[in-house]
Design a protein around this ligand. Structure first.
Ligand SMILES: Nc1nc(=O)c2c([nH]1)NC[C@@H]1CN(c3ccc(C(=O)N[C@@H](CCC(=O)O)C(=O)O)cc3)C=[N+]21
Length: 286
């Protein structure tokens, strides 16, 4: 048996078409475009590529593009001033502070200067609290994208055993919360987990967000499980994930590739969040 390959590029393209349509309707109705502000601090090549990709997509979907680039020597106050300026600009619906920041900067303190209503990355402490409480709010894009891929493949989450490998603030933790809200039986495994293969082999759905190239092989996967690979690493032979695709494709019933899996969905969810943020301001919920 060989697993079905979940086509993240195709699902992202469909999602983006829907978002573009809704952006056009929003613009007709309000006379304004949803606006995304991206902030890049420093000159990390990979970060620059990701930010470009986000900007290009937002413009293609009909949004306004506000981009700021600060030098790697920018101080905390430089970044804070910029965030305050964008926070009070009504043309800016969403603010994305590209991570990682240069090491000298306090990431959490700066991210938390983004107002929750403009937190299209869903990474502020306020947004994390809303998610943990199950209250309405903007959710992190990569976890949203992973869940959207499972839905697009008609994977049942309610009652299923889902193992998330990784407990990062960006992916693992919020993903576990989202899955709990979908009534999955969620286990979070991490670098201190004892006998990882025994834990992951219990999973009907295995989501790997460990940030360790090739961590997961055939021995970690139950026959017929669905495997979502959130990892992305540049190797000598190109991009690769946390999952040894060539091994696991023979054991799983469905699997996401890298590239072409979760990555494009992350951007699609950022676009949807930016539209949502614009709508929330124009039509506040009672
Ligand atoms: N504030 C913040 N928010 C983020 O969402 C954020 C971040 N910082 N820092 C870095 C990570 C990484 N990330 C990716 C987005 C798209 C692809 C993506 O589209 N990947 C393509 C391949 C792209 C390529 O060829 O390099 C794919 O998997 O098919 C990957 C990774 C967002 N991140």
């Amino acid at each position: 048996m060989t697993a079905a390959i979940i086509d993240g590029k195709a699902v992202a393209a469909r999602t983006n078409e829907e978002t573009a349509q809704a952006v056009a309707e929003f613009t007709d109705r309000t006379g304004t475009r949803p606006g995304l502000a991206t902030i890049l601090v420093g000159d990390d090549a990979a970060s620059a590529v990701y930010v470009e990709s986000k900007r290009r997509t937002s413009v293609r979907l009909g949004m306004a593009d506000f981009h700021r680039h600060l030098p790697s020597t920018a101080s905390r106050d430089d970044v804070a001033r910029l965030l305050d300026e964008l926070a009070s600009d009504d043309a800016v619906s969403g603010i994305l502070l590209q991570l990682p920041l240069p090491e000298s900067l306090d990431t959490t303190g700066l991210v938390d200067l983004i107002p929750p209503s403009k937190d299209v990355d869903g990474l502020t402490t306020a947004s994390a609290g809303l998610l943990a409480r199950g209250l309405p709010g903007l959710r992190p894009c990569t976890p949203l994208g992973a869940v959207e891929l499972l839905d697009s493949s008609e994977v049942t989450l309610s009652g299923s055993r889902v193992v998330v490998v990784g407990r990062s603030e960006l992916v693992g933790r919020p993903l576990a919360q989202l899955l709990l809200q979908r009534d999955a039986t969620v286990t979070t495994a991490h670098s201190r987990t004892q006998d990882l293969p025994a834990v992951t082999r219990d999973a009907d759905v295995l989501v790997v967000a460990a940030g360790v190239p090739g961590l997961i092989g055939a021995e970690h996967v139950k026959k017929g499980a669905v495997v979502i690979d959130v990892g992305i690493h540049r190797t000598e032979t190109g991009l690769a994930g946390d999952v040894r695709f060539d091994e696991v494709v023979g054991v799983a019933s469905a699997i996401t590739p890298v590239p072409g899996g979760v990555g494009p969905m992350t951007i699609a969810m950022l676009m949807r969040n930016t539209l949502t943020a614009a709508i929330m301001v124009s039509e506040p919920q009672q």
